[in-house]
Design a protein around this ligand. Structure first.
Ligand code: DLL
Length: 426
């Protein structure tokens, strides 16, 4: 297979690129950014000390606190005159992070996204409906840049506005949808509700920005009549959407190892996990100018997938993002990740993919209510809530109340869904 944007690199070439990129990044960061200079000096690191990629482990971590400290232009390693753009994170976990970009950063980012479209098997004849937020968030600008660079036709509808979305789908016959997972679900429900499946021409969907379940994906694919769909990860700190993409073999996400390095660490010991184990993703950029990242702790939980992919592409893979380490909540002394509850809910075919966790405190005792939805046109089986409660009790060792709602009762989102509502005062 001849690719236009995806590099075909041997392992040696990748290591070479990574080593040179790492040395460049350390040199560039310590020269241009006082915050990094101080950090690296305190850790006793000189660019000349980097002899092999193993030396990465001696570098200090960068965290979200470092990004907050330098607000509004944290970790800036170039002069302001070289900055051509800023974006901010979606702000779901606290104050927005502001990230700056140089012209080169924008060019690298658009190549990353063009690679995504290429990996998803699109051609320049595809029409790409971009149904995400434009503006400070990276999603709209990123998909748009990448789509145009790739050469397909961008249909920049933006988020929300369901009537317009459906009109563009049916009239302009978009063939690929780019959105958050929640927005893809919402559009799928709308297409279903309005009986439009035969009037639209969607073949593919590329969605991400938040985790989705297999059930959610199946519903989206069926309701939109898709040939295929692809999970796309990304974060503002690392350019934005498009840090990698699932290939058509669907066995993990290929990421751009010539642009950044991924390490997986145990968030408690900060040491690398065993090969293939789940931990926190830590990223180091190799050519990012405005805000280089040195061992940036993303808080995202995933694992590296060993071995070669069935698709034949010689690019490393990580698994889907299972969630964030800061999504974990403590309920009656037990640490719980939403993904643990999701795995249980996945076993009940009568339920839709939507859920919401509500935490309250009553006379000093924490209470958890798990709200779930029954699938459309499905009768609620007797004892369903009891069966779910029992599964949670036996698998996670906590008692919670399960409330079954009818289809469509839980709030839908144009962007990222908020699934944990914590009313407890700490
Ligand atoms: O969400 C960028 C993006 C936009 C990615 C559109 C994909 C599509 P932020 O707002 O900075 O950037 O949020 C980044 O979202 O650290 C993950 O926790 C989560 N996330 C992003 N993509 C996925 C995904 C954008 N495919 C944070 N699966 C990241 C699970 C995801 N979580």
């Amino acid at each position: 297979m001849q690719y236009r944007f995806i590099p075909e690199l041997t392992e040696e070439e990748t290591i070479d690129l990574q080593l040179n990129g790492l040395r460049w990044t350390i040199h560039h960061a310590s020269k241009g950014c006082p915050q990094y200079r101080k950090k690296l000096k305190e850790a006793g690191v000189n660019p000349e000390d980097i002899k092999t990629l193993k030396d990465l482990q001696y570098l200090p971590f960068t965290t979200v606190d470092d990004l907050r400290e330098g607000y509004p232009f944290p970790l800036l390693a170039v002069s302001e005159s070289e900055v051509v753009r800023v974006h901010t994170s979606s702000g779901t976990t606290g104050k927005r992070k502001v990230l700056a970009y140089t012209k080169k950063d924008i060019n690298i980012w658009k190549t990353m996204l063009a690679r995504c479209f290429e990996l998803a098997g699109l051609s320049t004849l595809d029409r790409v409906q971009i149904a995400v937020g434009y503006g400070l968030w990276t999603a709209g600008a990123g998909f748009q840049l990448g789509c145009e660079h790739f050469g397909a036709m961008a249909l920049p509808v933006g988020p929300g506005n369901l009537e317009l979305q459906l009109q563009i789908l049916t009239d302009l016959k978009a063939t690929c949808l780019c959105s958050t997972a929640s927005m893809a679900l919402l559009l799928a429900e709308q297409v279903n509700q309005h009986n439009l499946k035969n009037k639209i021409a969607l073949k593919k969907a590329i969605f991400g920005a938040e985790p989705h379940t297999p059930k959610m994906r199946q519903y989206i694919e069926d309701a939109l009549g898709l040939e295929d769909s692809f999970d796309i990860p990304g974060l503002t700190e690392l350019y934005g959407p498009g840090t990698g993409l699932e290939c058509q073999a669907h066995t993990g996400i290929h990421y751009w190892a010539d642009i950044f390095i991924i390490e997986i660490i145990d968030p408690n010991t900060l040491k690398p996990v065993e090969e293939g184990q789940v931990g926190e993703m830590v990223v180091t950029t190799l050519c990012k100018e405005a805000v280089p990242l040195i061992r940036y702790r993303t808080r995202d939980l995933t694992r590296l997938i060993p071995g070669k992919c069935a698709c034949g592409l010689n690019l490393p893979r990580h698994d889907k993002i299972f969630g964030r380490s800061d999504d974990m909540f403590i309920f009656r002394g037990v640490n719980i990740y939403p993904s643990q509850l999701v795995n249980i809910l996945e076993q009940f075919p009568e339920l839709s993919s939507e859920y919401q966790i509500q935490l309250t405190r009553n006379q000093g005792l924490d209470q958890m209510t798990l709200k779930v939805e029954i699938k459309k046109d499905t009768k609620i089986p007797e004892h369903l809530s009891k069966a779910i409660e029992q599964q949670i009790k036996s698998k996670i060792l906590v008692s919670c109340k399960v409330e079954i709602l009818s289809h469509g009762e839980l709030p839908r989102s144009f962007g990222k869904s908020k699934r944990i509502i914590d009313h407890r005062q700490t």
